[in-house]
Design a protein around this ligand. Structure first.
Ligand code: ATP
Ligand code: LTN
Length: 334
């Protein structure tokens, strides 16, 4: 039977080269592998303060980015999480089956809440409930579509593991109701690091060292040319001792669809400067074509129809799961 593949992306900021290489570039392969559900996790974006107009624009952008990256709306469902009410409904049920202890052990929650708590201004130091219960909603996103495979970056693996715990717990109590999902973290490009500090993930909420997908190509080139490198002069993949060079090699390999070994072999004898120039050429060529497609999609508003039709397809599947769960726990479905 065909596998169900589900992934979500939070519209909290400008997408980065990390999102592009880690997720968007794998769309083709993903559609070949199974039934794909791809959604914009806009409810998750509300877990930290965000300006309404920024949220709206980010959501539109993400839809257009997915289409520009080659997503075929006839072969998958692309939709807004908030447009399929079953996510929020299932969340209201599932929050009773996850525990405060396990949620408080989540790395993302610990990181974010400690940052908020450390804020100097006490009035900004409130930690919303949503960031704490984030993994409950995420588990609902996953089980609603009977997802077999959940492609995520390394940082989100822990949340998918928790969704698996929930499935075991729920099914143990009510029978075989929920499907068991598997997190899938890609090897190459799974974690693109910051260009200014290669010990940190390139992340849209930490914009230093980022390349944004909407950056001017001249800016992209400049950022790559001034990326932090390491001591020594050899272009070699060695994450421990050469994190900066290893990151640039990863970026090159994923951009060119080649293995790290092949990329390394290609750069034997190169100096850092020439190496960076070639990485910049590769990224700019790829990103330039991508940006052109994105602009056309935004102008034509093609994303609106795609999102509406995607939500219709998603609702059919999600509502079936929701009904199964409601019946299992004893809610009357009339
Ligand atoms: P934030 O910093 O706000 O957590 P993010 O940049 O990590 O945001 P998400 O919306 O959390 O982005 O993630 C979207 C998808 O992109 C996820 O699958 C995530 O793991 C992946 N991703 C994010 N950053 C990177 C990165 N630097 N390298 C590879 N994949 C990434
Ligand atoms: N938490 C994820 C986004 C996300 C997601 C999901 C990913 C929300 N729900 C379900 C996979 C499956 C993130 O921050 N990247």
């Amino acid at each position: 039977m065909e596998k169900n593949i589900l992934t979500g992306i939070k519209p909290t900021g400008q997408l980065t080269l990390g999102n592009y290489l880690g997720v968007l570039k794998n769309l083709h392969e993903m559609m070949d592998r199974g039934n794909c559900y791809i959604f914009i996790a806009d409810l998750h974006a509300l877990t930290l303060p965000i300006d309404p107009e920024v949220l709206r624009n980010n959501s539109r952008d993400i839809a257009a980015f997915y289409l520009a990256a080659g997503l075929d709306p006839n072969r998958c469902a692309l939709f807004l999480q908030s447009d399929v009410s079953a996510h929020a409904e299932l969340n209201a049920i599932m929050q009773n089956y996850m525990y405060m202890g396990e949620l408080s052990r989540m790395t993302q929650f610990k990181d974010i809440s400690s940052k908020i708590a450390a804020k100097s201004d006490a009035k900004d130091a409130h930690i919303g409930l949503g960031i704490f219960t984030y993994p409950v909603l995420m588990a609902c996103d996953i089980v609603l579509y009977d997802a077999d495979i959940v492609p995520v970056g390394e940082d989100q693996k822990q949340h998918v593991e928790l969704a698996r715990d929930l499935v075991v717990r729920f099914n143990h109590k009510y029978g075989d109701i929920l499907k068991m999902p598997y997190p899938e973290v890609r090897k190459v490009g799974a974690r693109i690091m910051s260009l200014s500090d290669p010990s940190k993930k390139m992340s849209k909420s930490d914009p230093k060292g980022d390349i944004f997908l909407k950056d001017d190509l001249a800016v992209v080139r400049k950022k790559i040319m001034s990326a932090v490198t390491d001591t020594g002069s050899e272009v070699k993949y060695d994450k421990e001792n050469k994190p900066g060079i290893s990151n640039l090699l990863t970026i090159y390999a994923v951009t060119k669809n080649m293995s790290i070994e092949d990329a390394e072999a290609h750069f034997v004898g190169y100096r850092y400067g020439d190496f960076k120039r070639e990485v910049a050429d590769a990224v700019c060529e790829d990103l330039g074509a991508f940006q052109e497609r994105y602009r056309k999609i935004i102008e034509s508003k093609e994303y609106e129809r795609v999102l509406k039709e995607g939500a219709e397809k998603a609702r059919v599947v999600a509502n079936k799961t929701l009904k199964r769960v409601k019946e299992a726990v004893g809610l009357l479905t009339l």
